[in-house]
Ligand binder design. Structure first.
Ligand code: PEP
Ligand code: MG
Length: 937
C-alpha cells in the first residue's frame, strides 16, 4: 500500500532546514551583502558589500545575529556546537585567502573579533584584536615582520584586551585603576619613562609576563595559549557584550530592540603599525560638520586604530586642502606643515588615489555620505569599515540637497534624509564648540526649548527686565545677558522671560508654562531641573553643596537639558529669512506635503518670524498673553475686581483699543492668511498677584485697601484650576469679556481690510464640551460681528470654530460641528484630561512611567496615538460627517512634533499649528508623512 503523502515524516516531505550561521567575505568569495543588515549587522553587511564592489577588505566571516539569539536562548554550549563546523570552514577561507595559517608558529594568521549590530552602537560592545598570538607565534610574527618590538607590542595588547573582555579582569571598583595599567605604570616607573612608546622589546616582554601572572593570580586560570580556544572565548564574549549595561542603556535610549542581537565579525588582522609605510585612519566622503562635498579625514603613520581615537598624537589630514585648512587653524606654517604634518595626498600619493576612488565608489553606491575606516599595511590599502556617517543638522540639509542636485538621490529620499528635529541646529544659537568641550554640566532638566544661552542668574522677572535694559540697582547702565531662574514661571513672568537669554525652572514639564512660552519665543529653556533649589529670599540657587548668587554666570543647553556653570560663549546660526539649502529643502517639502503649517503666535513680531519661517497663518493666538503687556494688566485687574457687570464693562472698555491694536498688528503681519484668535482661556486668578509684596504694590497702584485684593484672590482660589473656571466657562459667566474680544477682532479686521490688505479672521472658543456651550458663545460672536459691520457699513468674511480639547467634545464632535465651522484640537488639554495627568504636575511621576514603559514617550510631547489619538481621529471623522468642509487643525504642542505630525497627516487633518521656530520642522515632517504614505501605496 502506498503511504499517503501527509503521513510522511516532515523530513521526507521537504529537505530539513539547515540553519546557516556563518557568512564569508573576501576577494575569493562573499556570501552576504548590504541588504542583509538584519542577519549580518551593519558592519558585517557593509564589509561583504565592499568585497562585492571589489574593494580591498581583509578576508573574514560574520557570525549572524541569529547565533546571538541562539546563545542567549540556549547557552554557550549549544551555540558553539551549532557553529563550530561553519566557523572552522570560515577560518579555512581566511587562511586560504591570506596565505597564512591560524596558530602557525612561523607566520601566524591573526584575527580581529568585533561586534556589529543592525544599528551602529559605537563603543557599546567589545572588540578583540591580534587574536591567535601565543608565546610561539609572537616569535614567528616578529621574525616575519622583521620587527620584534611590533610583535611583542601586539601580544601585550592582545592579552590586555582578552584578559579584560573575555576573562573579565576589570577594576574591582569604579575608583580602582585598570589592573593592566597598574602593571604598565610599574614597568614604566622602573624604566623611568612616561609613554608606552618609550618601552622597548624587553620591557614589552616583561609586560607580557606581568599580565599573565596577574591573570593567573586574579582569575585562577592561565591565559589560553590555544588559538582555537581563544577564538571561542572571544566570540562568546562579544555575544555576551550585547547584554552589558552600556549596551542595554544605549538600546533603551535609542529604541533598539533587545531581540535584534549582535553579529560577530571575525577578520584577518592588518597592521597600520608596521613602520613608515603603514598607517591607519578614518575618512568621510563629505564634511560631517558643514556638509560640504569635500573628501576629508585623518590618519596616523605607524599607528593602530585606537591611537587615532586616543588623541595622544596629532593626526594628519588626508587631503592637501584639508591639511592646509588645518594648518591655518592650528597656526602651523607651511614649512612646518610639510615637514611634520604632510597630508596623505602628499605622503603616499598612490594610496591616496586608491582611497579617493574607494570613497567615490562607496558614496555613489550607498548614495549617502560615508564614514570609512582604513589601514595601510606596508604600502597596501585595506578598507575596514564603511557606514552612513553621522552629521550635524546643517550637514544633513546640505548633503541631502546637494545629492539631489547631483542626481544621486530622488526627492522623497532627500526629504527623508533630514531628521526634522535636527533643523533646530540651524535655527537656534549654539555654544562655541571649543568652549563647550571644557564645560561640565552641573544639573540636568528637560530640554524644554532648544538653543544655547549664557547669562547672569536673576530670580525675578522684573529684575530680568531691569538688568537686561541696563537698569541695575547699582546704577550701572550696561544691558546684561540674564538667565531667569524660577521655581516655575507664570504668565506674569512673560516680559522677564522675553528679555532673558534663557530660562531655567526647577519644576514643570515639557508643556509647563515656561516650556510653552519659551518655545513660542524660540528661547532656550530648561524646565523641571529637580536638583536646582531656588531660595528667593537669599537670592540663591543651590545644586547639591554648591551655591550660585544673583549675578553669577551659568549656561544652558536647551537642546539637551544640561545646565553648566560659568559663561560659555554662543553664536547665532540663523538670524534672517531662510536661505540657501534650508530654503530649498523647505520648498521641496512644500511641494510634497498635504498638511498646511500655521503658527501659534501672540504678537506681530512672532507672527512675522513665523511667516518668514513659512507659516501660512496663525492657528492659535492666546489672547491672554496680550493682557500682560504694558499697563494693560491694570485694566484686567480692574475688571476682575469689579463688583458688577457695569464695573467690568468699564474696565473692558479700556482694554478694547489695546486688544484692537494687537489684532491690527496680527492681521497686518499675516495679511492674506487666516488668523485664529482664541477667546480668553486661563482662570482669572492668574492675573492677580499671590504674594504679599505683589498685592501691596497692586493696592498702592489701584488705591484700594489690600484686604479687598486679598479677599478677591481668596474668592477666586480653586483646588483644580485646570478643571475650573476657565475657557468658555469664563465667557458664559461674563459674556461681556467675549463681547469685548469679538468687537476688537472685527474692528481690527475692518481696519486692516480698509488698508487694502486681505484678512481672514477666525474666532475660536476654548474648552468646549457641549454644542449648547459652543452655541452660546458663537451666537454672541455673530451678534457682535453684525453690530460692528452695521456700525461701520463694511463686512469681512470670518469663521467661528471650536477647540476640541475635552474628551467630551471629541465624543460629540458630530453635534459640535453643527455649529462650529472649524475644529482645532487642543491636544495639551485633551491629553491632560484623557490621561488624567496634570500638565503642570506630571513631571513628578512621568520619568518613572517612561522608565517602566507604561508610556513610550512623554505624552505631552508626542501624542498618545493609542488613546488621545483615537479621540482625534474619531472627532475628525464625526465632525466631517456632519460638515464635510469642516476645517481641522491642531494647535497643542503636538503640532510641532514630527511623530505626532505623521499621525495627524494619517488622520486627515488640514493643518498643524506650532511655535514659530518649529514651523520648518513641521513643514518637513508633514512632507515626510506624505512621501512615506505615497511609498506604501
Ligand atoms: C491646548 O490645550 O492644546 C491648547 C492649545 O491650549 P492651551 O495650551 O493654551 O491650554
Ligand atoms: Mg487648552
Amino acid at each position: 500500500m502506498n503511504t499517503p503523502i501527509h503521513a510522511l515524516p516532515p523530513s521526507a516531505q521537504q529537505p530539513p532546514h539547515v540553519p546557516k550561521y556563518v557568512y564569508r567575505f573576501g576577494a575569493q568569495g562573499t556570501e552576504g551583502g548590504a541588504g542583509m543588515k538584519d542577519v549580518l549587522g551593519g558592519k558585517g553587511a557593509n564589509l561583504a558589500e565592499m568585497c562585492r564592489l571589489g574593494l580591498p577588505v581583509p578576508a573574514g566571516f560574520t557570525i549572524s545575529t541569529e547565533a546571538c539569539a541562539l546563545s542567549t536562548r540556549d547557552g554557550a554550549g549549544v551555540l558553539l556546537a551549532a557553529i563550530e563546523a561553519e566557523v572552522r570552514a570560515g577560518l579555512a577561507h581566511i587562511e586560504a585567502e591570506m596565505g597564512k595559517r591560524f596558530g602557525d608558529a612561523n607566520d601566524p594568521l591573526l584575527l580581529s573579533v568585533r561586534s556589529g549590530a543592525r544599528a551602529s552602537m559605537p563603543g557599546m560592545m567589545d572588540t578583540i584584536l591580534n587574536l591567535g598570538l601565543n608565546d610561539a607565534a609572537v616569535i614567528g610574527l616578529g621574525r616575519k615582520a622583521g620587527n620584534e618590538r611590533f610583535a611583542w607590542d601586539a601580544y601585550r595588547r592582545f592579552i590586555q584586551m582578552y584578559g579584560d573582555v573575555v576573562m573579565g579582569l576589570k577594576p574591582t571598583s569604579k575608583e580602582d585603576s585598570d589592573p593592566f595599567e597598574v602593571v604598565i605604570d610599574r614597568v614604566k616607573a622602573h624604566k623611568g619613562v612616561k609613554l608606552d612608546t618609550d618601552l622597548d622589546t624587553t620591557d614589552l616582554q616583561e609586560l607580557v609576563q606581568g599580565f599573565k601572572a596577574l591573570i593567573r593570580a586574579r582569575i585562577g586560570r592561565d591565559f589560553p595559549t590555544d588559538p582555537w580556544e581563544q577564538l571561542r572565548g572571544a566570540v562568546l564574549a562579544v555575544f555576551e557584550s550585547w547584554h552589558n549595561e552600556r549596551a542595554v542603556v544605549y538600546r533603551q535610549l535609542n529604541d533598539i530592540p533587545e531581540s535584534w542581537g549582535t553579529a560577530v565579525n571575525v577578520q584577518a588582522m592588518v597592521f597600520g603599525n608596521r613602520g613608515e609605510h603603514s598607517a591607519t585612519g578614518v575618512a568621510f566622503s563629505r564634511d560631517a560638520g558643514t556638509g560640504e562635498d569635500l573628501f576629508n579625514g585623518e590618519f596616523l603613520v605607524n599607528a593602530q586604530g585606537e591611537d587615532v581615537v586616543a588623541g595622544i598624537r596629532t593626526p594628519q589630514q588626508i587631503t592637501l586642502i584639508g591639511s592646509r585648512r588645518w594648518a591655518e587653524l592650528a597656526q602651523v606654517d607651511e614649512v612646518e606643515r610639510q615637514a611634520r604634518y604632510p597630508s596623505l595626498e602628499e605622503l603616499m600619493p598612490t594610496i591616496f588615489q586608491a582611497l579617493l576612488q574607494a570613497e567615490t565608489l562607496l558614496e555613489n553606491h550607498f548614495k549617502d555620505m560615508q564614514d570609512m575606516e582604513f589601514t595601510i599595511q606596508e604600502g597596501k590599502l585595506w578598507m575596514l569599515q564603511t557606514r552612513n556617517g553621522k552629521r550635524t543638522g546643517a550637514a544633513m540639509v546640505r548633503i541631502a540637497m546637494e545629492m539631489l542636485a547631483q542626481g544621486l538621490i530622488d526627492e522623497p529620499t532627500a526629504l527623508l534624509r533630514v531628521t526634522p528635529d535636527r533643523l533646530n541646529d540651524l535655527l537656534h544659537p549654539v555654544f562655541e564648540p571649543a568652549a563647550l568641550q571644557a564645560a561640565r554640566p552641573i544639573a540636568r532638566g528637560l530640554p524644554a526649548s532648544p538653543g544655547a544661552a549664557t547669562g547672569q542668574v536673576v530670580f525675578f522677572a522684573d529684575e530680568a527686565e531691569a538688568w537686561a535694559k541696563g537698569e541695575r540697582g547699582d546704577g550701572r547702565a550696561d544691558g546684561r545677558a540674564v538667565i531667569l531662574v524660577r521655581q516655575e514661571t507664570s504668565p506674569e513672568d512673560l516680559r522677564g522671560m522675553s528679555v532673558a537669554q534663557g530660562i531655567l525652572t526647577a519644576r514643570g514639564g515639557m508643556t509647563s508654562h515656561a516650556a510653552v512660552v519659551a518655545r513660542g519665543m524660540g528661547k532656550c529653556c530648561i524646565s523641571g531641573a529637580g536638583a536646582v533649589q531656588v531660595d528667593l529670599k537669599a537670592r540663591t540657587m543651590r545644586i547639591g553643596a554648591l551655591t550660585w548668587h544673583e549675578g553669577d554666570w551659568i549656561s544652558l543647553n536647551g537642546s539637551t537639558g544640561e545646565v553648566f556653570d560659568g559663561r560659555i560663549p554662543t553664536r547665532a546660526v540663523f538670524e534672517s529669512d531662510l536661505s540657501g539649502d534650508l530654503a530649498a529643502l523647505m520648498a521641496l517639502a512644500d511641494r510634497h506635503r498635504r498638511l498646511a503649517v500655521r503658527a501659534n503666535a501672540d504678537t506681530p513680531q512672532d507672527a512675522l518670524v513665523a511667516r518668514r519661517l513659512g507659516a501660512t497663518g496663525i492657528g492659535l493666538c492666546r489672547t491672554e498673553h496680550m493682557f500682560f503687556q504694558g499697563d494693560r494688566i491694570r485694566a484686567v485687574r480692574e475688571m476682575i475686581l469689579a463688583d458688577d457687570e457695569a464695573g467690568r464693562r468699564k474696565a473692558l472698555a479700556q482694554l478694547l483699543p489695546m486688544q484692537r491694536s494687537d489684532f491690527d498688528g496680527l492681521f497686518r503681519a499675516m495679511a492674506g492668511l487666516p488668523v485664529t484668535i482664541r477667546l480668553l482661556d486661563p482662570p482669572l486668578h492668574e492675573f492677580l498677584p499671590h504674594d504679599e509684596a505683589g498685592q501691596q504694590a497692586m493696592a498702592r497702584q489701584m488705591r484700594l485697601p489690600i484686604a479687598q485684593i486679598r479677599q478677591r484672590v481668596e474668592a477666586l482660589h480653586e483646588f483644580n484650576p485646570m478643571l475650573g473656571h476657565r475657557g468658555c466657562r469664563l465667557g458664559i459667566s461674563f459674556p461681556e469679556i467675549t463681547e469685548m474680544q469679538a468687537r476688537a477682532v472685527f474692528e481690527a479686521a475692518l481696519n486692516v481690510q480698509a488698508e487694502g490688505l486681505a484678512v481672514e479672521p477666525e474666532v475660536m472658543i476654548p474648552l468646549v464640551g457641549t454644542l449648547r456651550e459652543f452655541s452660546l458663545q458663537a451666537d454672541l460672536v455673530h451678534r457682535v460681528a453684525a453690530q460692528v459691520f452695521a456700525e461701520q457699513g463694511a463686512k469681512v468674511a470670518y469663521r467661528v470654530g471650536s477647540m476640541i480639547e475635552t474628551p467630551r467634545a471629541a465624543l460629540v464632535a458630530d453635534r459640535i460641528a453643527q455649529g462650529a465651522e472649524f475644529f482645532s484640537f487642543g491636544t495639551n488639554d485633551l491629553t491632560q484630561m484623557t490621561l488624567g495627568f496634570s500638565r503642570d504636575d506630571a513631571g513628578s511621576f512621568l520619568p518613572a512611567y517612561l522608565h517602566h514603559g507604561i508610556y513610550e514617550h512623554d505624552p505631552f510631547r508626542s501624542i498618545d496615538q493609542e488613546g488621545v489619538g483615537q479621540l482625534v481621529a474619531l472627532a475628525a471623522r464625526q465632525g466631517r460627517a456632519t460638515r464635510p468642509d469642516l476645517s481641522l487643525g491642531v494647535c497643542g504642542e503636538h503640532g510641532g512634533d514630527p511623530a505626532s505630525i505623521t499621525f495627524f497627516h494619517r488622520a486627515g487633518l488640514d493643518y498643524v499649528s506650532c511655535s514659530p521656530f518649529r514651523v520648518p520642522i513641521a513643514r518637513l515632517a508633514a512632507a515626510q508623512a506624505a512621501v512615506i504614505e505615497a511609498s506604501s501605496e
